[in-house]
Design a protein around this ligand. Structure first.
Ligand SMILES: Nc1ncnc2c1ncn2[C@@H]1O[C@H](COP(=O)(O)OP(=O)(O)O)[C@@H](O)[C@H]1O
Ligand SMILES: O=P(O)(O)OC[C@H]1O[C@](O)(COP(=O)(O)O)[C@@H](O)[C@@H]1O
Ligand SMILES: [Mg+2]
Length: 365
């Protein structure tokens, strides 16, 4: 039943790393909300904007033309957490619980419920606000596809498309120069992008964080190809992949971020090692934020729109505390508390992983 609990005013925010499709979700929430007579507000710059009172009213005009645009018109951050928020005291940064201030900023505008569009970190914060009694509904965002309870997060399809396109391009130059080409893709602790892009782009080896690799297995694959006259090889490596008995590659530390480490360097390390051990010239390409930017695929636009509509409907029906999710191509609702703090990783019996093994792809084990 629509608007059973008479919510009249809602807000939407985007949190964590951006992902293609964020604007499509915002547009769907705003249009559905306004269509049902709600006042819809936008919180700028993620949870930081909730503490800093950066709130604007959203209109149909405000969201016009944003469907195919990458990024988020609201801005985002992967640092701020209202429950542990940086404040300046006597020239020093002191972390304080600013959650009451954040809620006060919403209540002073009569905002009664919040749509959080974010990844694992934002969902954790959203679930904490919900547990404090504030109505929250979540939409699963991340190019990494590592949120449990849903078969897809929006943004993933676009990132996979970009990575597969990069592999196609690397294929021709690898073949011409008889080289090993390593493509490093994102995916902190989950290898979904590497797995899907590697299958789509015809990689010879796919290295993911869930399967620590052995360099000898990769060399064996390269040499087996050489014996068949295939003098080049394509390797996709997730940024979080690491050798058996070795460590993940950290590129930088981001102070103020809950998860301070940023990954990077695994691909370059591997390319150098392979070149020195096999004598085959090797190069590494790091895709980085190219995977996160730009226009979403049609699939992501459709999924984002479905998620945005479903999230607004949850608020209208008073079905708070849920994340909208995709299961068997249907949009369902999953309690946020059931998924907050949990991960969704590639498992040994994953169908696509097994398909990859069947067609001879080496997973480094
Ligand atoms: N396990 C956690 N517990 C509490 N807060 C977290 C946790 N992980 C991240 N955060 C906070 O959530 C925010 C968003 O997290 P982040 O991982 O960057 O993005 P995402 O929402 O995409 O997962 C960050 O500002 C961070 O402070
Ligand atoms: O943009 P930053 O701070 O360099 O963070 C990079 C990380 O963000 C991501 O792109 C997306 O992660 P989230 O969806 O959890 O924000 C990861 O794949 C990557 O490891
Ligand atoms: Mg995260």
């Amino acid at each position: 039943m629509i608007n059973a609990n008479k919510v009249k005013s809602i807000a939407v925010l985007t949190g964590g790393g951006d992902a293609p499709g964020l604007n499509a979700v915002i547009r769907a929430v705003v249009r559905t909300g306004i269509g049902h007579g709600l006042k819809v507000w936008g919180i700028k710059n993620g949870f930081g904007g909730m503490v800093e009172n950066q709130v604007i009213e959203m209109t149909d005009e405000y969201v016009a033309g944003i469907l195919p645009r990458g990024g988020t018109i609201l801005g985002t951050t992967n640092r701020d957490n209202p429950f542990n928020y940086p404040t300046m005291q006597g020239g020093k940064t002191v972390y304080k619980d600013m959650s009451s201030q954040a809620l006060k900023n919403l209540r002073q505008r009569d905002i009664e419920a919040l749509v959080v569009i974010g990844g694992d970190g934002s969902l954790k914060i959203g679930s904490e606000f919900y547990q404090l009694g504030f109505p929250v509904v979540a939409v699963p965002k991340t190019i990494d596809n590592d949120i449990p309870g849903t078969e897809r997060t929006f943004g993933f399809d676009t990132a996979v498309g970009v990575a597969a396109d990069a592999l196609d391009r690397l294929h021709t130059t690898a073949e011409s120069h008889h080289r090993v080409m390593v493509l490093e893709v994102m995916g902190r602790y989950a290898g979904w992008i590497a797995l899907h892009a590697g299958i789509a782009g015809g990689a010879d080896c796919i290295l993911i964080p869930e399967i620590p690799f052995q360099i000898d297995a990769i060399i064996a694959k390269i040499e087996e190809r050489q014996r068949r006259g295939r003098l080049f090889s394509l390797i996709v490596i997730a940024e979080g992949a690491y050798p058996q008995g070795g460590e993940i590659s950290v590129s930088r530390i981001v102070e103020g971020s809950h998860e301070k480490i940023r990954l990077g360097g695994a691909g370059e390390k591997l390319a150098r090692q392979l070149e020195s051990l096999t004598g085959v010239e090797s190069r590494c390409t790091v895709l980085g934020h190219v995977q996160r930017g730009g226009t979403p695929t049609a699939f992501d636009r459709v999924l984002s729109t479905r998620y945005g509509v479903a999230a607004a409907e949850c608020l209208l029906e008073g079905a708070f505390g849920n994340m909208v999710a995709l299961q068997k191509n249907e949009i369902i609702r999953v309690p946020i508390v059931d998924i907050a703090g949990k991960a969704n990783n590639v498992t040994a019996n994953n169908e696509l992983l097994k398909a990859g093994r069947s067609i001879g792809i080496c997973f480094g084990d």
